[in-house]
Design a protein around this ligand. Structure first.
Ligand code: G4P
Length: 526
C-alpha cells in the first residue's frame, strides 16, 4: 500500500466526556465491534476512585492502566482506527487537553439524563479552539432522560455547536423502542430479548412505510413522524465538509452499556470522520503526504518500574513515514536520535513497529530527552503548535525535606513538569518553587513519584494564589511599575514567561482595571 493510501485509511480520534457519561463503556464497545477485544470488561476504567485520593497504590494502578490503554488501535472495514484514551478524572484534565492536540476528530459522550456537564463544556471549548470535528453520542437512552429536542438545544447553547441529528430516539427509559436512522431510513429496534445484542435492524421505505406502525405502535409512530418533520424544519441536513471543518456536529443516540446504537455510530464515524489532517507548525503548515517525516510529543509516561527510570514518549506522526533505526532530528535539542524499539499499540498490546504513517501514534523510550510539545523530523526545524497551559486551580510551595538530595529533587521536579504532571512557577523575589495543579490529587502523585523514582523527599506549604495570569505588555514602564508593586506575586513559568499569581479574584480585577496597558491571560500563549 502506498503511503498515500495508508494515510487515507487512518482515523485517529479521542472520546471525551464528563466522568460517568459512559466513555469507558463506549470505548470498550467500539473495541468489541472492531474485533480488538473478545469480551466486555477488558478495558478497565482508568478512573481513580473518588474515595481513594490518599491510596498510593490506586494512583500507581491508575498510571499503569492508563499506559496500557493510552492508545488502542484496531482495523475496521479496512480502516486503521486509533483511539486515544483520555483520563476520566478531572484532576488530569490537562492530559486530555494535550491529547486533543493529537486527534483528528473526537466523539463527545453525553448522558441523556444529565445533559451538558461542566467537564464536557471545558473539553469542547478546547476542541473548538482547534476546530476539531466532533460527533456527539447521547448515551443511556435505556434510562429516563431529557427530551431530545431540549437536549440538542442545550448542546447548541452551552457548547456553541451547530448540531444535526443522524438518528432519533423513539421513547426512552421504560418506553425506549429504539432509534430511527434518519440518514439511511433504518429502524433499529431495542427489544427486550435483544438487549445484549446489537439490536434488530429493519430497513424501511421512508416514513410512509406502513410497517412502522406494526413495529412501534400507532402513537409512537405518529410522534416519530411529527418529530421527523420538525427535525427537517429545524436542523440543517448533514454536510460532511461542514463537519470536517468543525462547523457542524452530527448527533447519534444509543446506549453503550446495551451495545445499542454503537455499531451505527462506528459505521457513521468510519464513513465521515477525517483522515489525518495538516498541522500548524510555527514555521508553516505541514501536510500528511509530505515526503519528510515529522511528528510531535503529546504525552510522556513514566515507566511503571522504578528501577528503570526511562519513560515512554508518545509521538503523533504528522507527515512522511517514520522508520525504525533511522536518525531523526530532535528539533529543540538540535541533535539526531535513533530509535531501535519504537512501539505501536494494537489493541492495548505493545509491539515493536518498523514503520508508522501520519495519524499513527508511536511510543519512544526516553531517558529524559523529551518534553511535551517536542518535535522530531527528517531534518527540518518544525515546532508544532500545542495547546496553551491553563491557569492551575491549586498552588503550593514545594520544600526539600532532605538537604542531601537537592539535586535529585530538582531533577525530579524538572522531569515531572516535562511530563506535564503539573506546572512549576519560580518566584522572582526569592527563587522559591511553587507547584500549580488542576486538582489536589497531583500533589500526592508528585510526592510519591519524587520519592520512589528520584529518591527525593518533599513537603508542601500553602501558597495563597487564586489564579496564574500570564503577563504581557508593550508598555515597559507600566509593566515595571506593576512588577515592583506586586513583587511577592510575580513568578516565571518553566519557559521563563512572566506570570502574576493573583491572590484573589478581587485583586486580579483591580489590577486589570488599573493597569490598562497590561494583558492578563488565564492561559499561556499557544
Ligand atoms: P466514564 O468512563 O465516562 O466515566 O463512564 P463509564 O463508562 O465508566 O460509565 C459510568 C457508569 O454508567 C457505569 O456504571 C456504566 O455501566 C454506566 N453506563 C454506561 N453506559 C450506559 C448505558 O447506556 N446505560 C446505562 N443504564 N448505564 C450506562 P457504574 O455503575 O458506575 O459502573 P459499573 O459498576 O457498571 O462499572
Amino acid at each position: 500500500m502506498s503511503p498515500e493510501e495508508e494515510i487515507k485509511r487512518r482515523r485517529t480520534f479521542g472520546i471525551i466526556s464528563h466522568p460517568d457519561a459512559g466513555k469507558t463503556t463506549l470505548t470498550e464497545k467500539l473495541l468489541l465491534f472492531g474485533g480488538a477485544i473478545q469480551e466486555a470488561g477488558a478495558v478497565k476504567s482508568n478512573k481513580v476512585k473518588r474515595t481513594a485520593t490518599s491510596d498510593f497504590m490506586e494512583i500507581e494502578k491508575q498510571r499503569g492502566i492508563s499506559v496500557a490503554t493510552s492508545v488502542m488501535a484496531f482495523e475496521y472495514q479496512g480502516r486503521q482506527i486509533n483511539i486515544l484514551d483520555t483520563p476520566g478524572h478531572q484532576d488530569f484534565a490537562e492530559d486530555t487537553y494535550r491529547t486533543l492536540t493529537a486527534v483528528d476528530s473526537a466523539i463527545v459522550v453525553i448522558d441523556v439524563a444529565k445533559g451538558v456537564e461542566a467537564q464536557t463544556e471545558k473539553l469542547v471549548e478546547v476542541s473548538r479552539m482547534r476546530n476539531i470535528p466532533l460527533i456527539i453520542f447521547i448515551n443511556k437512552l435505556d434510562r429516563e432522560g431529557r427530551d431530545a429536542f431540549d437536549l440538542l438545544d442545550e448542546v447548541e447553547q452551552k457548547l456553541g455547536l451547530n448540531v444535526t441529528p443522524m438518528s432519533w430516539p423513539i421513547g426512552m427509559g421504560q418506553d425506549f423502542q429504539g432509534v430511527y436512522n434518519l440518514q439511511d431510513d433504518r429502524l433499529l429496534l431495542f427489544t427486550e430479548q435483544l438487549k445484549q445484542k446489537v439490536g434488530e435492524q429493519v430497513e424501511l421505505n421512508g416514513l410512509k412505510d406502513i410497517r412502522f406502525a406494526d413495529f412501534l405502535g400507532q402513537p409512537a409512530f405518529e410522534q416519530l413522524k411529527e418529530e421527523a418533520e420538525l427535525i427537517q424544519g429545524v436542523y440543517p441536513s448533514f454536510d460532511v465538509e461542514a463537519y470536517q471543518q468543525g462547523k457542524q456536529s452530527p448527533v447519534f443516540f444509543g446506549s453503550a452499556l446495551n451495545n445499542f446504537g454503537v455499531q451505527d455510530l462506528l459505521e457513521g464515524f468510519v464513513r465521515i470522520a477525517p483522515h489525518p489532517q495538516p498541522k500548524m507548525a510555527e514555521e508553516r503548515i505541514v501536510h500528511p503526504n509530505e515526503k519528510g517525516f515529522s511528528g510531535f510529543v503529546f504525552k510522556i509516561h513514566a515507566n511503571m518500574d522504578p528501577k528503570h527510570r526511562d519513560r515512554l514518549a508518545f509521538v503523533k506522526v504528522v507527515s512522511g513515514v517514520f522508520e525504525r533505526n533511522k536518525p531523526y532530528k530532535h528539533v529543540r535539542l538540535g541533535k539526531d536520535l535513533k530509535f531501535s524499539s519504537p512501539t505501536t499499540f494494537m489493541a492495548s498490546r505493545k509491539a515493536i513497529m518498523d514503520r508508522a504513517y501520519p495519524g499513527d501514534i508511536i511510543g519512544l523510550h526516553d531517558t529524559g530527552n523529551f518534553r511535551i510539545g517536542d518535535g522530531l523530523s527528517s531534518g527540518e526545524s518544525l515546532n508544532f503548535k500545542g495547546i496553551p497551559s491553563f491557569s492551575p486551580e491549586h498552588f503550593r510551595f514545594i520544600n526539600n525535606e532532605d538537604p542531601l538530595k537537592s539535586k535529585q529533587l530538582a531533577k525530579g521536579i524538572d522531569q515531572l513538569m516535562d511530563e506535564g504532571v503539573a506546572q512549576l512557577f519560580i518566584l522572582e523575589s526569592n527563587g522559591r518553587k511553587i507547584i500549580g495543579t488542576v486538582g489536589a490529587l497531583q500533589y500526592e502523585v508528585i510526592q510519591y513519584r519524587l520519592e520512589n523514582e528520584y529518591g527525593a523527599r518533599c513537603s508542601y506549604e500553602p501558597y495563597p494564589a487564586h489564579k496564574a495570569c500570564w503577563l504581557t505588555s508593550e508598555d515597559e514602564r507600566q509593566l515595571e511599575e506593576f512588577k515592583k508593586l506586586k513583587q511577592r506575586f510575580i513568578a516565571r513559568d518553566k519557559f521563563e514567561r512572566l506570570v502574576y499569581l493573583a491572590d484573589s479574584s478581587f485583586s486580579l480585577q483591580m489590577a486589570i482595571e488599573k493597569y490598562d496597558k497590561l494583558q492578563f491571560r488565564l492561559k499561556s500563549e499557544d
